[in-house]
Ligand binder design. Structure first.
Ligand code: SF4
Length: 464
């Protein structure tokens, strides 16, 4: 099928990484622009592949270029609602091409071409031909497909505008529904190829972590292929409406995560947060010193208030893990009225990147918009605390009440004559917090503390 393509095309190349040393050029990515889009169209010339802009043999080694890829598809059984799910497959199919690496989705794509592929004569039309053939194989309902690849800057800019309008149309439609309006949620395990225990639960209020698949997309995909990676979950018994815990969701997650997890809260980062794959658009993270939650997205290049960048944080909680205090999420979920509702929603958000905040101004409660700092206002815990105090963020009241409660508890304990168990001089915030802490022990035993908060009466730092 791929005789005319100078590099191999096979699922075995899906996990291939092209590092800087082996890279010929970069396409799209965080320092450039790009997008991918699949659209159902009436007039599709089957097999047509067009490259608009410089091709690989006209590019310079080590440079980056804007990049867009459009697949127009036609088929009697194809519905517009399938576009999102078919588009999400672009990631996997592009990665079948040896020497081509594709990361992320929508307008976040980031691709690389290896030096070996360039040396073998690989060009962008080969990518288009491979993707077209793979799409038809993967989705037999696609009767005709044409591919257009853009690398000319002006063309990519205008394509990006078109793609973003389409994403917004899809997302806005999903916003009209709430979890209460439906009897069925959906699960997706497409990311299990690299996150084997990850199960996305997609509800009208909770768009998938990748931000590319909403409830309508899932409905269309599950109808088209009931045995495929996207499947129905009858909503069934609600165990906790605020946290978003459902008996059938728990059962489906247990089944599809091979028994690794059996509880999930859809609307909380505490207890049993949603598992995280690796292609989430953002991460919500607990800041124990202030008992609040920060958000960081993959475009944010600086350090978060935890002292680590997005990439390090993503490394801690991705791969299909369920880590209390961290949850991968889509930016669209931040527009839902149920956004982390069990944790206090936006009243608990105490830091987020400015770009995200600006894009969500219409969805953040008006009385909170000016109270949430961004990197321009504060970066360290101390600066954030000062900003929150000065702007009377509700978390300050929450901290005061928690302190008062602890004081009362201590007093009650002292009165009950159990002072030996009460750390009387205890600081009121933990000195350390770790999702997982290993304590060395003897006799072949390892002690692992999960979600540990360490309080100390006194911290002594000794210089060796
Ligand atoms: S992030 Fe979730 S919804 Fe998106 S492709 Fe992966 S498993 Fe599916």
């Amino acid at each position: 099928m791929f005789e005319d393509i100078p590099v191999d095309v096979s699922p075995m190349y899906e996990g291939e990484r092209i590092r800087a040393a082996n890279m010929f050029c970069e396409l799209a990515g965080p320092k450039s622009i790009g997008a991918e889009l699949v659209q159902v169209a009436e007039d599709v010339e089957d097999g047509s592949v067009l490259v608009v802009g410089p091709n690989i043999d006209e590019m310079t080694e080590g440079e980056r270029y804007p990049f867009g890829i459009l697949a127009e598809i036609k088929g009697e059984k194809l519905e517009k609602e399938l576009e999102g799910v078919i588009e999400r497959k672009m990631h996997e199919l592009c990665n079948y091409v040896n020497g081509f690496m594709h990361l992320n989705q929508r307008d976040q794509i980031w691709c690389r071409v290896s030096k070996e592929a360039r040396d073998k004569g690989f060009k962008l039309e080969h990518l288009g031909e491979a993707v077209a053939a793979l799409y038809k194989e993967e989705f037999p309902i696609i009767e005709a497909i044409s591919i257009r690849i853009f690398t000319d800057e002006a063309e990519v800019e205008s394509f990006l505008e078109r793609a973003r309008a389409q994403y917004e149309e899809r997302d806005a439609r999903a916003r009209e529904l709430t979890d209460e309006d439906v009897d069925v949620f959906y699960g997706c395990v497409m990311c299990q190829s690299f996150a084997p225990t990850h199960v996305c639960v997609v509800t009208p209020d909770r768009t998938a972590l990748c931000g590319a698949i909403n409830w309508f997309d899932c409905r269309a995909a599950a109808k088209m292929d009931p045995d495929g990676p996207i499947f129905e979950i009858e909503k069934g018994e609600v165990l906790d409406e605020i946290k978003g815990e459902y008996a059938n969701v728990n059962a489906a997650v247990a089944d599809r995560s091979q028994g690794t997890f059996d509880r999930v809260y859809l609307h909380s980062v505490f207890g049993y947060p949603h598992t995280s794959c690796g292609c989430f658009e953002a991460v919500a993270f607990y800041i124990p010193e202030l008992d609040g939650i920060g958000i960081v997205d993959r475009d944010f290049k600086g350090e978060t208030p935890l002292g680590i960048p997005f990439s390090a944080m993503a490394g801690q909680c991705s791969g299909g893990k369920q880590v209390e205090g961290f949850a991968g999420l889509s930016l669209e979920y931040m527009r839902s009225p149920k956004f982390l509702q069990a944790d206090g929603g936006y009243e608990r958000i105490i830091w987020l990147p400015k770009e995200i905040k600006d894009s969500l101004t219409d969805f953040i409660p008006a009385d909170l918009v000016d109270k949430i700092p961004t990197e321009e206002d504060a970066s360290s815990i101390k600066e954030i605390r000062r900003f929150l105090r000065e702007h009377e963020h509700p978390i300050i009241q929450r901290l005061k009440e928690a302190r008062k409660e602890r004081r009362e508890e201590r007093k009650a304990l002292e009165e009950a004559e159990a002072p030996e168990e009460v750390p009387t001089e205890m600081e009121e915030t933990p000195v350390a917090y770790a999702p997982e802490l290993t304590i060395p022990a003897s006799g072949g035993v390892k002690i692992i503390l999960k979600n540990a908060k360490v309080y100390a009466e006194k911290v002594i730092i000794k210089k060796k």
